[in-house]
Design a protein around this ligand. Structure first.
Ligand SMILES: Cc1cc2nc3c(=O)[nH]c(=O)nc-3n(C[C@H](O)[C@H](O)[C@H](O)COP(=O)(O)O)c2cc1C
Length: 177
């Protein structure tokens, strides 16, 4: 069955390591006949959550920016892919800012299959807190299941991930959604 797959690439670095893994996932998921969209947070204007709770009862954020359409896509997707570089042992600010802005609609994001992608200069053990932080978000989504965590480890310069097992792994994960 064809699924709606939404890939959210959080790196500010175009064609960086996590972005490349997103591309691999996208390729696999498309080849398997799914409807796939990749969104690059670096191209969007997304303000910080102001904790004004203006969304309470309305389900709509008071800020009118690119988060409005991204929320629509997130609610509609069957599969969510969240990809971030590790910055100081956590996700980057772009990903966290986006996650905070789901406040108005995250309870509508039901029964998603979730794939997590992280890239870091260090090894897998140093990436645990980043994956945990992403799962802190997905734990809040009703019925969400994390299907796979993809670790692009030991990659510093743009493109280094292409010679790691994660490159193939991301493709295979996309193919099997
Ligand atoms: C601000 C900043 C903080 C970083 N912090 C870490 C870190 O804590 N641990 C680590 O292993 N690598 C760290 N890195 C390296 C990146 O995680 C690494 O280069 C990764 O491959 C970048 O992924 P990208 O190409 O998708 O942006 C940091 C890089 C930047 C720019």
């Amino acid at each position: 069955m064809s699924k709606k797959v939404l890939i959210i690439s959080g790196s500010p670095r175009k064609n960086g390591n996590s972005d490349i893994l997103c591309g691999q996932f996208e390729k696999g998921a498309r080849e398997a006949g799914n409807t796939v969209e990749k969104v690059n947070l670096r191209e969007l204007k997304i303000g910080y959550c102001k904790a004004c709770y203006g969304c309470r009862g309305t389900g709509a954020c008071v800020q009118k920016d690119d988060m409005e359409s991204l929320l629509e896509k997130m609610v509609a997707a069957d599969v969510l892919v969240l990809a971030t570089p590790v910055y100081f042992y956590s996700m980057d600010g772009q990903m966290k800012t986006m996650i905070d802005r789901t406040l108005s609609r995250y309870t509508e994001m039901r029964d998603k299959d979730v794939y997590l992608i992280a890239t870091a200069a260090a090894g897998r053990r140093a990436m645990a807190r980043t994956m945990d932080a992403l799962k802190g978000f997905t734990d809040c989504l009703p019925g969400a299941k994390v299907r796979r965590e993809i670790y692009g480890e030991g990659v510093y310069q743009r493109g280094e991930v292409e010679s790691t097992p994660a490159y193939r792994e991301a493709y295979e994960a996309g193919k099997a959604v």
